[in-house]
Design a binder for this molecule. Structure first.
Ligand code: AMP
Ligand code: ZN
Length: 489
Protein backbone atom coordinates (compact mmCIF):
# COMPACT_ATOMS: atom_id res chain seq x y z
CA UNK A 1 0.00 0.00 0.00
CA UNK A 2 1.34 3.43 -0.92
CA UNK A 3 1.65 6.13 1.70
CA UNK A 4 0.80 9.63 0.53
CA UNK A 5 2.09 12.64 2.44
CA UNK A 6 1.40 16.33 1.88
CA UNK A 7 4.76 17.98 1.39
CA UNK A 8 4.87 21.70 2.22
CA UNK A 9 7.92 22.05 -0.01
CA UNK A 10 6.06 21.07 -3.19
CA UNK A 11 2.60 22.05 -1.95
CA UNK A 12 1.33 18.65 -3.07
CA UNK A 13 0.48 15.21 -1.77
CA UNK A 14 3.31 12.94 -2.77
CA UNK A 15 3.96 9.23 -2.58
CA UNK A 16 6.32 8.67 0.32
CA UNK A 17 9.62 7.07 -0.59
CA UNK A 18 12.14 6.89 2.25
CA UNK A 19 15.86 7.31 1.52
CA UNK A 20 16.65 3.94 3.07
CA UNK A 21 14.03 1.29 2.46
CA UNK A 22 11.85 0.51 5.49
CA UNK A 23 13.61 3.17 7.57
CA UNK A 24 12.44 6.70 8.28
CA UNK A 25 14.44 9.58 9.72
CA UNK A 26 12.10 12.15 11.25
CA UNK A 27 12.99 15.40 12.99
CA UNK A 28 10.41 17.49 14.84
CA UNK A 29 11.16 20.88 16.39
CA UNK A 30 10.75 20.54 20.13
CA UNK A 31 9.62 23.01 22.77
CA UNK A 32 11.43 26.07 24.05
CA UNK A 33 11.55 25.13 27.71
CA UNK A 34 11.28 28.54 29.38
CA UNK A 35 7.68 28.09 30.54
CA UNK A 36 4.86 25.53 30.65
CA UNK A 37 3.66 24.18 27.33
CA UNK A 38 0.10 25.23 26.48
CA UNK A 39 -2.56 23.07 24.91
CA UNK A 40 -1.70 24.36 21.42
CA UNK A 41 1.87 23.07 21.75
CA UNK A 42 0.45 19.74 22.90
CA UNK A 43 -1.68 19.52 19.74
CA UNK A 44 1.35 19.86 17.47
CA UNK A 45 3.38 17.28 19.39
CA UNK A 46 0.36 14.97 19.39
CA UNK A 47 -0.04 15.35 15.61
CA UNK A 48 3.52 14.11 15.17
CA UNK A 49 3.02 11.39 17.78
CA UNK A 50 0.14 10.09 15.65
CA UNK A 51 2.33 10.30 12.53
CA UNK A 52 5.15 8.47 14.35
CA UNK A 53 2.74 5.76 15.54
CA UNK A 54 1.26 5.43 12.03
CA UNK A 55 4.66 5.11 10.34
CA UNK A 56 5.71 2.50 12.89
CA UNK A 57 2.48 0.58 12.41
CA UNK A 58 2.95 0.66 8.63
CA UNK A 59 6.21 -1.22 9.16
CA UNK A 60 8.85 1.52 9.13
CA UNK A 61 11.66 1.61 11.62
CA UNK A 62 11.57 5.26 12.63
CA UNK A 63 14.42 7.23 14.10
CA UNK A 64 12.46 10.06 15.67
CA UNK A 65 14.48 13.04 16.83
CA UNK A 66 12.75 15.82 18.77
CA UNK A 67 14.96 18.45 20.31
CA UNK A 68 14.75 20.56 23.43
CA UNK A 69 15.45 24.23 22.79
CA UNK A 70 17.27 25.34 25.91
CA UNK A 71 19.54 28.08 24.61
CA UNK A 72 19.69 31.04 22.36
CA UNK A 73 16.02 31.49 21.60
CA UNK A 74 15.62 35.23 21.18
CA UNK A 75 12.21 36.85 21.03
CA UNK A 76 13.75 39.18 18.47
CA UNK A 77 16.92 38.58 16.50
CA UNK A 78 18.17 42.08 17.12
CA UNK A 79 17.93 42.40 20.86
CA UNK A 80 20.27 40.33 23.00
CA UNK A 81 18.32 41.12 26.15
CA UNK A 82 15.38 39.26 24.74
CA UNK A 83 16.68 35.80 25.59
CA UNK A 84 13.61 34.02 26.93
CA UNK A 85 15.58 31.90 29.41
CA UNK A 86 17.43 34.84 30.88
CA UNK A 87 14.20 36.83 31.19
CA UNK A 88 12.37 33.97 32.89
CA UNK A 89 15.27 33.21 35.23
CA UNK A 90 15.22 36.82 36.43
CA UNK A 91 11.47 36.61 36.92
CA UNK A 92 11.56 33.36 38.89
CA UNK A 93 14.91 34.09 40.58
CA UNK A 94 16.36 30.82 39.31
CA UNK A 95 19.43 29.84 37.32
CA UNK A 96 18.64 29.61 33.58
CA UNK A 97 19.46 25.89 33.78
CA UNK A 98 16.98 25.53 36.64
CA UNK A 99 14.37 27.06 34.35
CA UNK A 100 15.35 24.57 31.64
CA UNK A 101 15.12 21.63 34.04
CA UNK A 102 11.83 22.74 35.57
CA UNK A 103 10.03 23.13 32.25
CA UNK A 104 11.60 20.09 30.60
CA UNK A 105 10.23 17.97 33.44
CA UNK A 106 6.83 19.65 33.05
CA UNK A 107 6.88 19.05 29.29
CA UNK A 108 7.61 15.33 29.70
CA UNK A 109 4.96 14.96 32.37
CA UNK A 110 2.33 16.63 30.21
CA UNK A 111 3.10 14.57 27.12
CA UNK A 112 3.06 11.36 29.12
CA UNK A 113 -0.35 12.30 30.44
CA UNK A 114 -1.66 12.54 26.88
CA UNK A 115 -0.01 9.20 26.07
CA UNK A 116 2.59 10.55 23.65
CA UNK A 117 5.49 8.20 22.99
CA UNK A 118 8.95 9.59 23.69
CA UNK A 119 11.13 10.28 20.63
CA UNK A 120 14.01 7.89 20.03
CA UNK A 121 16.54 10.72 20.47
CA UNK A 122 15.90 13.94 22.41
CA UNK A 123 18.95 16.16 22.00
CA UNK A 124 19.36 19.56 23.63
CA UNK A 125 20.75 22.71 22.07
CA UNK A 126 23.14 23.29 24.98
CA UNK A 127 24.51 19.77 24.49
CA UNK A 128 25.43 20.58 20.88
CA UNK A 129 27.24 23.91 21.07
CA UNK A 130 30.36 22.47 19.44
CA UNK A 131 28.40 21.19 16.46
CA UNK A 132 26.80 24.62 16.08
CA UNK A 133 30.15 26.38 16.21
CA UNK A 134 31.48 23.97 13.55
CA UNK A 135 28.48 24.65 11.30
CA UNK A 136 28.91 28.40 11.70
CA UNK A 137 32.58 28.06 10.76
CA UNK A 138 31.66 25.98 7.72
CA UNK A 139 29.19 28.62 6.55
CA UNK A 140 31.84 31.33 7.06
CA UNK A 141 34.42 29.29 5.12
CA UNK A 142 32.00 28.82 2.24
CA UNK A 143 31.27 32.55 2.14
CA UNK A 144 27.60 32.23 3.15
CA UNK A 145 28.09 34.07 6.43
CA UNK A 146 29.93 37.09 7.80
CA UNK A 147 31.14 38.21 11.18
CA UNK A 148 30.06 41.49 12.70
CA UNK A 149 30.97 42.69 16.22
CA UNK A 150 31.48 39.16 17.52
CA UNK A 151 28.23 37.89 15.99
CA UNK A 152 27.94 35.82 12.83
CA UNK A 153 25.06 36.26 10.38
CA UNK A 154 23.83 34.22 7.45
CA UNK A 155 24.06 36.28 4.27
CA UNK A 156 20.72 35.85 2.52
CA UNK A 157 21.60 37.95 -0.55
CA UNK A 158 24.83 36.00 -1.07
CA UNK A 159 22.80 32.78 -0.86
CA UNK A 160 20.41 33.99 -3.54
CA UNK A 161 23.19 35.32 -5.73
CA UNK A 162 24.42 31.74 -6.08
CA UNK A 163 21.20 30.63 -7.73
CA UNK A 164 19.63 29.44 -4.50
CA UNK A 165 16.25 30.63 -3.33
CA UNK A 166 15.65 31.90 0.20
CA UNK A 167 11.85 31.71 0.44
CA UNK A 168 11.35 28.42 -1.46
CA UNK A 169 9.66 26.63 1.44
CA UNK A 170 7.36 29.42 2.59
CA UNK A 171 6.88 30.63 -0.99
CA UNK A 172 8.05 34.12 -0.18
CA UNK A 173 9.66 36.43 -2.60
CA UNK A 174 12.91 37.88 -1.34
CA UNK A 175 12.31 41.28 -2.97
CA UNK A 176 9.01 41.57 -1.13
CA UNK A 177 10.64 40.48 2.10
CA UNK A 178 13.20 43.23 1.76
CA UNK A 179 10.58 45.80 0.88
CA UNK A 180 8.45 44.90 3.90
CA UNK A 181 11.09 44.99 6.61
CA UNK A 182 12.07 48.05 8.45
CA UNK A 183 15.62 48.28 9.68
CA UNK A 184 14.92 47.82 13.39
CA UNK A 185 17.20 49.33 15.99
CA UNK A 186 20.13 47.13 16.79
CA UNK A 187 19.98 45.39 13.46
CA UNK A 188 22.47 47.65 11.76
CA UNK A 189 25.32 45.21 12.34
CA UNK A 190 23.58 43.06 9.72
CA UNK A 191 24.11 43.75 6.03
CA UNK A 192 20.40 43.17 5.40
CA UNK A 193 17.40 42.86 7.72
CA UNK A 194 16.65 39.34 6.38
CA UNK A 195 20.08 38.06 7.44
CA UNK A 196 19.71 35.87 10.50
CA UNK A 197 22.02 35.13 13.41
CA UNK A 198 24.07 31.93 13.44
CA UNK A 199 26.00 33.08 16.47
CA UNK A 200 25.30 36.04 18.76
CA UNK A 201 27.88 37.89 20.84
CA UNK A 202 26.82 37.93 24.50
CA UNK A 203 26.44 41.25 26.27
CA UNK A 204 28.13 41.41 29.72
CA UNK A 205 24.78 40.77 31.41
CA UNK A 206 24.02 37.68 29.33
CA UNK A 207 24.31 34.58 31.53
CA UNK A 208 24.08 31.73 29.03
CA UNK A 209 27.35 32.05 27.10
CA UNK A 210 29.99 29.88 25.51
CA UNK A 211 33.46 30.43 24.09
CA UNK A 212 33.77 30.53 20.33
CA UNK A 213 36.25 31.67 17.69
CA UNK A 214 34.26 34.95 17.60
CA UNK A 215 34.31 35.59 21.34
CA UNK A 216 31.82 34.65 24.04
CA UNK A 217 28.29 34.22 22.82
CA UNK A 218 25.47 31.82 22.15
CA UNK A 219 24.01 30.10 19.07
CA UNK A 220 21.10 31.32 16.96
CA UNK A 221 17.87 29.34 17.24
CA UNK A 222 17.64 28.19 13.59
CA UNK A 223 21.11 26.70 13.70
CA UNK A 224 20.46 24.19 16.48
CA UNK A 225 17.92 22.22 14.45
CA UNK A 226 20.27 22.00 11.47
CA UNK A 227 23.12 20.91 13.75
CA UNK A 228 21.13 18.23 15.58
CA UNK A 229 19.19 16.89 12.59
CA UNK A 230 22.41 16.57 10.58
CA UNK A 231 24.20 14.87 13.43
CA UNK A 232 21.55 12.20 14.06
CA UNK A 233 19.80 11.86 10.68
CA UNK A 234 22.39 12.95 8.14
CA UNK A 235 22.77 15.82 5.66
CA UNK A 236 19.60 14.68 3.92
CA UNK A 237 16.77 12.96 5.71
CA UNK A 238 13.15 11.97 5.16
CA UNK A 239 10.74 14.02 7.27
CA UNK A 240 10.95 17.33 9.11
CA UNK A 241 7.96 18.48 11.11
CA UNK A 242 6.81 21.34 13.26
CA UNK A 243 3.90 23.73 13.74
CA UNK A 244 2.73 25.82 10.79
CA UNK A 245 4.04 28.97 12.48
CA UNK A 246 7.59 27.66 12.28
CA UNK A 247 7.60 27.47 8.47
CA UNK A 248 8.90 31.01 8.27
CA UNK A 249 11.46 32.04 9.24
CA UNK A 250 12.63 29.01 11.27
CA UNK A 251 12.30 26.23 8.69
CA UNK A 252 13.14 28.52 5.78
CA UNK A 253 16.43 29.28 7.55
CA UNK A 254 17.03 25.56 8.16
CA UNK A 255 16.63 24.87 4.43
CA UNK A 256 19.06 27.70 3.62
CA UNK A 257 21.63 26.54 6.20
CA UNK A 258 21.45 22.93 5.01
CA UNK A 259 21.70 23.79 1.34
CA UNK A 260 24.53 26.25 1.88
CA UNK A 261 26.48 23.71 3.96
CA UNK A 262 25.98 20.59 1.91
CA UNK A 263 24.73 21.73 -1.47
CA UNK A 264 21.64 19.57 -1.14
CA UNK A 265 18.04 19.97 -0.01
CA UNK A 266 18.28 18.81 3.64
CA UNK A 267 14.76 17.41 3.92
CA UNK A 268 12.65 15.40 1.47
CA UNK A 269 9.23 15.94 3.10
CA UNK A 270 8.33 19.00 5.15
CA UNK A 271 5.23 18.47 7.29
CA UNK A 272 3.43 21.30 9.04
CA UNK A 273 0.79 20.80 11.69
CA UNK A 274 -1.98 23.33 11.95
CA UNK A 275 -2.87 25.47 14.93
CA UNK A 276 -5.17 25.02 17.88
CA UNK A 277 -7.40 28.02 18.35
CA UNK A 278 -9.60 29.14 21.24
CA UNK A 279 -12.38 31.68 20.69
CA UNK A 280 -11.29 31.63 17.05
CA UNK A 281 -7.84 32.99 17.92
CA UNK A 282 -4.58 31.09 17.78
CA UNK A 283 -3.63 29.77 21.18
CA UNK A 284 -0.55 31.62 22.35
CA UNK A 285 1.18 32.54 25.58
CA UNK A 286 1.99 36.06 24.44
CA UNK A 287 -1.64 37.09 23.77
CA UNK A 288 -2.94 35.43 26.93
CA UNK A 289 -5.35 33.35 24.80
CA UNK A 290 -4.28 29.98 26.13
CA UNK A 291 -5.11 27.18 28.50
CA UNK A 292 -2.63 24.88 30.18
CA UNK A 293 -3.13 21.15 29.59
CA UNK A 294 -3.49 20.41 33.29
CA UNK A 295 -6.07 23.18 33.70
CA UNK A 296 -8.27 21.40 31.19
CA UNK A 297 -7.68 17.98 32.73
CA UNK A 298 -8.34 19.17 36.28
CA UNK A 299 -11.31 21.36 35.43
CA UNK A 300 -9.46 24.22 37.05
CA UNK A 301 -10.33 26.91 34.48
CA UNK A 302 -13.08 29.34 33.48
CA UNK A 303 -13.48 28.15 29.90
CA UNK A 304 -14.79 24.58 30.19
CA UNK A 305 -17.77 23.56 32.28
CA UNK A 306 -16.07 20.42 33.56
CA UNK A 307 -12.83 18.45 33.65
CA UNK A 308 -11.89 16.22 30.71
CA UNK A 309 -9.68 13.16 30.87
CA UNK A 310 -6.50 13.41 28.74
CA UNK A 311 -7.71 10.48 26.59
CA UNK A 312 -10.81 12.50 25.68
CA UNK A 313 -8.68 15.53 24.82
CA UNK A 314 -6.55 13.24 22.65
CA UNK A 315 -9.66 11.86 20.95
CA UNK A 316 -10.93 15.39 20.36
CA UNK A 317 -7.64 16.51 18.80
CA UNK A 318 -7.42 13.47 16.51
CA UNK A 319 -10.96 14.04 15.29
CA UNK A 320 -9.43 16.86 13.25
CA UNK A 321 -6.84 16.29 10.52
CA UNK A 322 -3.39 17.52 11.50
CA UNK A 323 -3.40 20.07 8.64
CA UNK A 324 -6.73 21.62 9.68
CA UNK A 325 -7.22 24.36 12.22
CA UNK A 326 -8.96 23.05 15.33
CA UNK A 327 -11.01 25.37 17.50
CA UNK A 328 -11.33 23.98 20.99
CA UNK A 329 -14.71 24.46 22.65
CA UNK A 330 -16.78 23.12 25.49
CA UNK A 331 -19.45 21.76 23.13
CA UNK A 332 -16.90 19.89 21.01
CA UNK A 333 -15.25 18.41 24.10
CA UNK A 334 -18.60 17.24 25.48
CA UNK A 335 -19.41 15.64 22.11
CA UNK A 336 -15.97 13.99 22.02
CA UNK A 337 -16.54 12.61 25.49
CA UNK A 338 -19.80 11.00 24.37
CA UNK A 339 -18.16 9.55 21.26
CA UNK A 340 -15.21 8.30 23.27
CA UNK A 341 -17.46 6.55 25.77
CA UNK A 342 -19.39 4.85 22.98
CA UNK A 343 -16.12 3.71 21.42
CA UNK A 344 -14.91 2.29 24.73
CA UNK A 345 -18.24 0.59 25.32
CA UNK A 346 -17.92 -1.07 21.90
CA UNK A 347 -14.40 -2.23 22.77
CA UNK A 348 -15.81 -3.87 25.88
CA UNK A 349 -18.66 -5.54 23.98
CA UNK A 350 -16.19 -6.80 21.39
CA UNK A 351 -14.57 -8.95 24.07
CA UNK A 352 -17.88 -10.40 25.15
CA UNK A 353 -19.75 -11.22 21.94
CA UNK A 354 -19.48 -14.60 20.33
CA UNK A 355 -19.23 -15.49 16.68
CA UNK A 356 -21.99 -16.96 14.56
CA UNK A 357 -21.77 -20.26 12.73
CA UNK A 358 -22.58 -18.64 9.46
CA UNK A 359 -22.19 -15.06 8.46
CA UNK A 360 -25.00 -14.72 5.99
CA UNK A 361 -26.62 -11.31 6.14
CA UNK A 362 -23.70 -9.54 7.85
CA UNK A 363 -23.47 -5.92 6.71
CA UNK A 364 -19.79 -5.54 7.58
CA UNK A 365 -17.51 -6.62 4.77
CA UNK A 366 -14.27 -7.06 6.67
CA UNK A 367 -12.01 -6.88 3.64
CA UNK A 368 -13.56 -3.63 2.40
CA UNK A 369 -13.69 -2.10 5.87
CA UNK A 370 -10.02 -2.88 6.55
CA UNK A 371 -9.07 -1.38 3.21
CA UNK A 372 -11.01 1.82 3.97
CA UNK A 373 -9.22 2.17 7.33
CA UNK A 374 -5.79 1.76 5.75
CA UNK A 375 -6.70 4.09 2.91
CA UNK A 376 -7.49 6.80 5.46
CA UNK A 377 -4.30 6.18 7.40
CA UNK A 378 -2.12 6.25 4.30
CA UNK A 379 -3.88 9.29 2.82
CA UNK A 380 -1.73 11.86 4.61
CA UNK A 381 -2.53 10.37 8.03
CA UNK A 382 -6.22 11.19 7.89
CA UNK A 383 -7.26 10.52 11.48
CA UNK A 384 -10.84 11.93 11.26
CA UNK A 385 -11.69 9.66 8.31
CA UNK A 386 -10.08 6.70 10.09
CA UNK A 387 -12.18 7.47 13.18
CA UNK A 388 -15.36 7.67 11.08
CA UNK A 389 -14.63 4.15 9.76
CA UNK A 390 -14.00 2.93 13.29
CA UNK A 391 -17.44 4.26 14.22
CA UNK A 392 -18.98 2.31 11.39
CA UNK A 393 -17.58 -0.74 13.18
CA UNK A 394 -18.76 0.61 16.55
CA UNK A 395 -22.36 0.77 15.30
CA UNK A 396 -21.98 -2.73 13.95
CA UNK A 397 -20.61 -3.99 17.28
CA UNK A 398 -23.65 -2.63 19.13
CA UNK A 399 -25.86 -4.55 16.69
CA UNK A 400 -23.78 -7.68 17.30
CA UNK A 401 -24.57 -7.35 20.97
CA UNK A 402 -28.30 -7.10 20.25
CA UNK A 403 -27.94 -10.05 17.89
CA UNK A 404 -29.15 -7.96 14.98
CA UNK A 405 -25.88 -8.72 13.20
CA UNK A 406 -23.51 -11.65 13.04
CA UNK A 407 -19.89 -12.34 12.19
CA UNK A 408 -17.87 -15.49 11.51
CA UNK A 409 -15.21 -16.55 14.05
CA UNK A 410 -12.37 -15.50 11.69
CA UNK A 411 -13.90 -12.09 10.97
CA UNK A 412 -14.64 -11.50 14.63
CA UNK A 413 -11.01 -12.22 15.49
CA UNK A 414 -9.87 -9.88 12.72
CA UNK A 415 -12.25 -7.13 13.87
CA UNK A 416 -11.00 -7.46 17.46
CA UNK A 417 -7.38 -7.31 16.36
CA UNK A 418 -7.84 -4.32 14.06
CA UNK A 419 -9.97 -2.33 16.50
CA UNK A 420 -7.34 -2.83 19.21
CA UNK A 421 -4.54 -1.85 16.86
CA UNK A 422 -6.24 1.30 15.55
CA UNK A 423 -7.74 2.50 18.83
CA UNK A 424 -4.87 1.83 21.24
CA UNK A 425 -1.72 1.54 19.15
CA UNK A 426 -2.25 3.94 16.26
CA UNK A 427 -4.56 6.57 17.76
CA UNK A 428 -2.95 6.06 21.16
CA UNK A 429 -6.24 6.25 23.07
CA UNK A 430 -6.41 4.80 26.55
CA UNK A 431 -9.27 3.06 28.22
CA UNK A 432 -10.50 5.05 31.18
CA UNK A 433 -11.48 2.77 33.98
CA UNK A 434 -14.97 4.09 34.67
CA UNK A 435 -15.20 2.06 37.83
CA UNK A 436 -12.13 3.63 39.38
CA UNK A 437 -13.45 7.09 38.61
CA UNK A 438 -16.78 6.29 40.16
CA UNK A 439 -15.17 4.86 43.29
CA UNK A 440 -12.94 7.91 43.62
CA UNK A 441 -15.94 10.18 43.20
CA UNK A 442 -17.90 8.33 45.91
CA UNK A 443 -14.93 8.38 48.30
CA UNK A 444 -14.41 12.10 47.82
CA UNK A 445 -18.09 12.81 48.43
CA UNK A 446 -17.82 10.98 51.76
CA UNK A 447 -14.76 13.03 52.72
CA UNK A 448 -16.48 16.29 51.73
CA UNK A 449 -19.46 15.35 53.89
CA UNK A 450 -17.23 14.56 56.88
CA UNK A 451 -15.43 17.87 56.41
CA UNK A 452 -18.77 19.70 56.37
CA UNK A 453 -19.76 17.98 59.60
CA UNK A 454 -16.44 18.99 61.18
CA UNK A 455 -17.02 22.61 60.14
CA UNK A 456 -20.55 22.59 61.53
CA UNK A 457 -19.27 21.44 64.88
CA UNK A 458 -16.52 24.10 64.63
CA UNK A 459 -13.73 21.51 64.48
CA UNK A 460 -11.75 23.65 62.05
CA UNK A 461 -8.54 21.82 62.77
CA UNK A 462 -10.02 18.62 61.33
CA UNK A 463 -11.82 20.31 58.42
CA UNK A 464 -8.61 22.14 57.39
CA UNK A 465 -6.67 18.93 57.75
CA UNK A 466 -9.01 17.11 55.34
CA UNK A 467 -8.69 19.95 52.81
CA UNK A 468 -4.88 20.20 53.10
CA UNK A 469 -4.25 16.47 53.02
CA UNK A 470 -6.36 16.14 49.87
CA UNK A 471 -4.55 19.08 48.29
CA UNK A 472 -1.22 17.40 49.02
CA UNK A 473 -2.55 14.39 47.08
CA UNK A 474 -3.46 16.63 44.14
CA UNK A 475 -7.18 17.02 44.90
CA UNK A 476 -8.44 20.54 45.40
CA UNK A 477 -11.68 21.28 47.24
CA UNK A 478 -13.57 24.37 46.23
CA UNK A 479 -16.31 25.88 48.39
CA UNK A 480 -19.01 27.55 46.36
CA UNK A 481 -22.56 28.72 46.75
CA UNK A 482 -23.87 25.30 45.73
CA UNK A 483 -21.66 23.41 48.14
CA UNK A 484 -18.20 21.95 47.86
CA UNK A 485 -16.79 20.59 44.62
CA UNK A 486 -13.41 19.05 43.88
CA UNK A 487 -10.95 18.97 41.03
CA UNK A 488 -7.87 16.88 40.34
CA UNK A 489 -4.83 19.11 39.87
P1 AMP B 1 7.59 26.68 20.88
O1 AMP B 1 7.96 26.09 22.21
O2 AMP B 1 7.01 28.05 20.98
O3 AMP B 1 8.70 26.60 19.88
O4 AMP B 1 6.39 25.78 20.31
C1 AMP B 1 6.44 24.40 20.28
C2 AMP B 1 5.57 23.88 19.15
O5 AMP B 1 4.20 24.22 19.36
C3 AMP B 1 5.94 24.42 17.78
O6 AMP B 1 5.95 23.38 16.83
C4 AMP B 1 4.82 25.41 17.47
O7 AMP B 1 4.59 25.50 16.09
C5 AMP B 1 3.65 24.75 18.17
N1 AMP B 1 2.56 25.68 18.49
C6 AMP B 1 2.62 26.92 19.06
N2 AMP B 1 1.39 27.46 19.19
C7 AMP B 1 0.51 26.53 18.72
C8 AMP B 1 -0.93 26.48 18.58
N3 AMP B 1 -1.72 27.48 18.96
N4 AMP B 1 -1.47 25.36 18.02
C9 AMP B 1 -0.69 24.32 17.63
N5 AMP B 1 0.66 24.32 17.74
C10 AMP B 1 1.25 25.41 18.26
ZN1 ZN C 1 13.55 23.67 14.84
Amino acid sequence: MELKIYNSLSGEKEIFRPIHENNVGMYVCGPTVYSNVHLGNVRTFMSFDFIYRSLTHLGYKVRYVRNITDAGHLTDDGDVDNDRFVKQSRLEKLEPMEIVQKYTVDFHKVLENFNLLPPTIEPTATGHILEQIELTQKLLDKGFAYESNGSVYFDVLEYNSRGLNYGELSRRNIEELFANTRDLDGQNEKKNPQDFALWKAASPAHIMRWNSPWGEGFPGWHLECTAMSTKYLGEKFDIHGGGMDLKFPHHECEVAQGKACNGTEPVNYWLHANMLTMNGQRMSKSTGNYILPMELVSGNNDFFEKAFHPAIVRFNFLQAHYRSVLDISNEAMVASEKGFQRLMEAMKILNQVSAADNQQGSTLNMKEWKEKCYNALTDDFNSPILISHLFEAVNFIFKLKDEKEKLSPEDLEELKKLMNVFVYEVLGLQNIEENNNEKLDQTLRVLIELRNQARKSKNFELSDQIRDRLLAEGIELKDGRDGTSYSLI
